[in-house]
Design a protein around this ligand. Structure first.
Ligand code: SF4
Length: 636
């Protein structure tokens, strides 16, 4: 018969703590009383009694001169009051996970909330929890019982819901779902102990591989009985308190037997049971070897572990890493994003890669970090990227006098300001919050330096090459005005800057490009000419169909008249703008029927005059106009 021992079998953290404390006090020579049997294991209780410990049922029953140990189940508030009133010296071994529920009960009272407790109303842990609030309380054993609850006295009354630490995980999930759906004001606290959760989970997994599951534990131990129920879903499950209760007939055709044990079962009893179950154990593996093989994972600061998320609160998550301690990850150790909501980052059941920061055996907790592990892994990848020159990506998270810091795969890379932007006058602090591509130029110890410029320069070159590969006269580009000079506008046509000369911006005569375009404008241009040798592109912006000379040709025959402004005066005549960008000359002899000595005696710039089109030389772009002709026409 093959025997598989559950890794989680035996004393849990809280029980171990209480038992060790009691033995320690006895060894120190103290007279020790426990408030009720210390744990749900008659053999351990008997051994303690044999060493002089007494069991007191109430504070009043503690014999004078005895020091009292409060067991891991915890007690109601009234018990502390009674002990203090009697001046009894006591040692509080209430498990920290139970003490946490006491605090929730007190908060429920302060908030005027109803406290819902999933658990066994007769169990001392539940009685202890209930005894920490004077507000309304409802204890229920399962979903059916919860459904029978009539709800709070008023719909607005808040609801706090907790579970006994050893409550069955699957039943608690059902109850939580029901509460969430039925009472929007219910605050649900995941208080099932991690050790319990892991133990039940392992019992469930193991029972699916075995022909029989032997659950070792006190017949009155609630967590032992729950293990039996969990295992019985998949295979035959039996429970024994000691090896003497094993029945040979249980193992007739059994090929594989699983063994687990409740939280109050000492290793000596597990050893006895295993030895009785099979001679093979001694042949193949000693109990110490089996126990060592099954011992909960030992971890230390720096260990890399996998953790399953078991509960989520506002600022931290609880994870099971397979160790006897409970793992915690603070929100600040999950993400750099200070505005992130924890429930958007992880959910119960997620498996996370984590690094151990601190093991606090006293408190039974382990502090873990996802960020630091990501940073460590990131550093390894960055070191590789530094060697290979590979481009990496990251988010610019901060700037300082010297440059910017980019977070790449959880690790920080410093980019000096000279390597952050392409131009010295660019504001490098604007990069904060942007996603960038960079190369790591130095990675030695804690010094990690990168360059954004190098990647930008490479990318710009690639863009330029692709523009030069296809550019030709006539191609139209949608592009952006990058800068203006007195002689034209520079525009980016996808990596290459082209010049749109001032004369190409408008059919009108303009003094500065800013009369037509501004920096940042999106405009459509076409390529007029390319100088591949000097890498210059000339662009056109004004449209052929708006060419006023064409309009003149098609719409204004000789003899047409215009009412138009005088735009300049010369010795031999005045120029009149008959269309935008098209000026014609009124010769001095064509101004009036009278002899005109000096043009300025008759006309000045800005005067509006009536002129007649006499002649157009389209090749030389010369236009002859006459004012006199109209006077004569009028006279006729
Ligand atoms: S089962 Fe969990 S809550 Fe209960 S005593 Fe053990 S560690 Fe504490």
């Amino acid at each position: 018969m093959n025997i598989l021992l559950a890794k989680t079998a035996g004393f849990c953290f809280g029980v171990d703590r209480a038992v060790k404390l009691t033995y320690q006090l006895l060894e120190q020579g103290a007279k020790v009383a426990t408030l009720g049997p210390l744990i749900h294991n008659p053999q351990v209780v008997a051994d303690l009694c044999a060493r002089g410990a007494v069991v007191a049922d109430t504070p009043a029953a503690v014999p004078p001169g005895y020091e009292l140990v409060i067991r891991s189940h915890g007690v109601p508030r009234s018990v502390y009051d009674a002990l203090e009133a009697r001046g009894v010296c006591y040692h509080d071994a209430t498990c920290p996970f139970v003490a946490k529920i006491h605090r929730i009960a007190q908060q429920a009272e302060a908030a005027g909330a109803v406290l819902l407790v999933a658990g066994d109303a007769d169990h001392p842990e539940v009685q202890g929890i209930v005894g920490h609030t004077e507000g309304d309380v409802f204890v229920f054993g399962d979903l059916e019982a919860l459904k029978r609850w009539k709800g709070p006295q008023t719909p607005q009354k808040p609801i706090f819901a907790v579970a006994q630490t050893t409550f069955q995980v699957t039943k608690w999930r059902e109850c939580s779902e029901f509460l969430k759906k039925s009472y929007t004001n219910a605050q649900i606290f995941d208080t099932i102990c991690n050790a319990t959760w892991a133990r039940q989970q392992e019992a469930e997994d193991l029972s699916q591989k075995c022909d029989i599951m032997v659950v070792i534990g006190g017949h009155h131990s609630s967590n032992t009985q729950k293990l039996v129920k969990v295992a019985a879903k998949h295979t035959r499950a039996v429970t024994v308190e000691t090896a003497s209760e094993l029945r040979p007939e249980w193992f007739g055709n059994v090929k594989t037997a699983g063994v687990t044990a409740g939280a109050s079962t000492p290793s000596s009893i597990i050893e006895e049971v295993l030895n009785s179950m099979s001679e093979e154990i001694n042949d193949s593996m000693s109990f110490e070897e089996m126990l060592a093989a099954s011992e909960e994972k030992r971890v230390h600061a720096g260990s890399i572990v996998k953790g399953i998320v078991t509960s989520i609160s506002a600022n931290e998550i609880q994870v099971d890493i397979g160790a006897k301690q409970t793992g915690f990850v603070k929100l600040s150790e999950l993400t750099d994003d200070s505005g992130a909501k924890i429930e958007d980052l992880v959910k119960v059941g997620d498996e996370l890669d984590l690094i151990v920061e601190k093991v606090m055996d006293q408190d039974g907790v382990i502090q873990l970090s996802r960020k630091k592990l990501a940073s460590r892994k990131g550093m390894e990848e960055i070191a590789k990227a530094a060697e290979s020159g590979e481009v990496v990506e990251g988010d610019v998270t901060e700037s300082n006098k010297g440059g910017v810091v980019v977070t790449v795969k959880g690790a920080k890379v410093f980019v000096p300001r000279s390597q952050a932007t392409m131009r010295r006058d660019e504001d490098y602090t604007q990069l904060v919050g942007k996603h960038v591509r960079l190369v790591v130029t130095e990675c030695s110890g804690r010094k990690v330096v990168g360059s954004i410029n190098k990647v930008t320069a490479e990318e710009n070159k690639a863009k330029r090459d692709s523009v030069w590969a296809i550019v030709e006269a006539g191609i139209v580009y949608d592009c952006t005005v990058k800068s203006l000079t007195s002689y034209g506008a520079f525009v980016d046509i996808g990596g290459v800057d082209g010049l749109c000369h001032i004369s190409e911006l408008s059919w009108n005569r303009i003094k500065h490009p800013s009369e037509v375009v501004s920096v940042g404008d999106s405009i459509k241009v076409y390529v007029k000419d390319i100088d591949t040798e000097n890498h210059k592109v000339s662009l056109g912006y004004k449209k052929a169909e708006e060419n006023p000379w064409e309009q003149l040709k098609t719409s204004y025959p000789i003899g047409s008249t215009f009412h138009a402004p005088v735009v300049s005066i010369t010795k031999f005549g005045a120029f009149v703008r008959i269309l935008p960008g098209v000026d014609g000359l009124v010769h001095i002899s064509e101004i009036s029927n009278e002899r005109v000595e000096k043009v300025s005696d008759v006309l000045k710039v800005g005067d509006m005059v009536d002129v007649k089109l006499l002649d157009v030389d389209f090749d030389k772009k010369r236009i002859s106009l006459s004012m006199k002709a109209l006077l004569n026409d009028d006279a006729e």
